[in-house]
Design a protein around this ligand. Sequence first.
Ligand SMILES: NC(=O)c1ccc[n+]([C@@H]2O[C@H](COP(=O)([O-])OP(=O)(O)OC[C@H]3O[C@@H](n4cnc5c(N)ncnc54)[C@H](OP(=O)(O)O)[C@@H]3O)[C@@H](O)[C@H]2O)c1
Length: 191
Amino acid sequence: MTLAIVTGGNRGIGLAIARKLAENGIDIVIAARNRRLMADAKSCIEKLGVKCWAFSCDVTSKKEIANLVKEVSKLGPVDILVNNAGIGFLKNFNYNKNNEIDSMIDTNFRGLVYFTKAFLPVMLARKKGIIINIASICGKIGYRELAVYCGTKFAVIGFTESLANEVVKARQGDRREKKIPVRRIAVPNEA
Ligand SMILES: NC(=O)c1ccc[n+]([C@@H]2O[C@H](COP(=O)([O-])OP(=O)(O)OC[C@H]3O[C@@H](n4cnc5c(N)ncnc54)[C@H](OP(=O)(O)O)[C@@H]3O)[C@@H](O)[C@H]2O)c1
């Protein structure tokens, strides 16, 4: 059995990723907050012939992530983690309320880091696992009315590149460059 967990897997891009993984025979855990959408997503994924579990989890809460890890560990080791949950408020920075700023930073960056921290140790111990972090073109270019959102997505890319180098180095030492298929961080259409 191959098991993937997709944060924000109950709609949008997260659900599309979960469906694509399911079409390839991978069992799915979706983690998000809206229970009604999760129930709909679960039945839609199960129709593809795989198992699907839907767990209510706010990625900004360390406590809820710890509970989720406990529940998911009963299912088996996670092979693929897709850090997809994200939120954005399109407005001039001057009009961003503090709770909107906190919500973007906590969901888009802190949540992704906490989830990675929660699932990476088992992947390292098994020498097996894939972590996919959903960033954005907003992690490469700063757009007006998206200052904080872009900041979080730049952070996601910096974190992802650093961690990739760190993990590959830990596993492969000085030979790491040769072991990365394209010898750099790839872009999606190269997969
Ligand atoms: N749409 C685009 O054009 C686009 C472009 C580039 C990158 N992205 C990125 O792609 C990802 C998905 O975007 P989308 O357009 O599919 O967004 P979306 O339709 O608004 O869905 C966002 C997902 O994140 C979940 N989520 C939000 N806050 C959460 C929290 N605190 N805890 C757990 N789950 C949470 C939501 O579920 P609940 O509300 O039920 O929790 C939902 O499943 C995001 O990271 C986004 O930044 C999107």
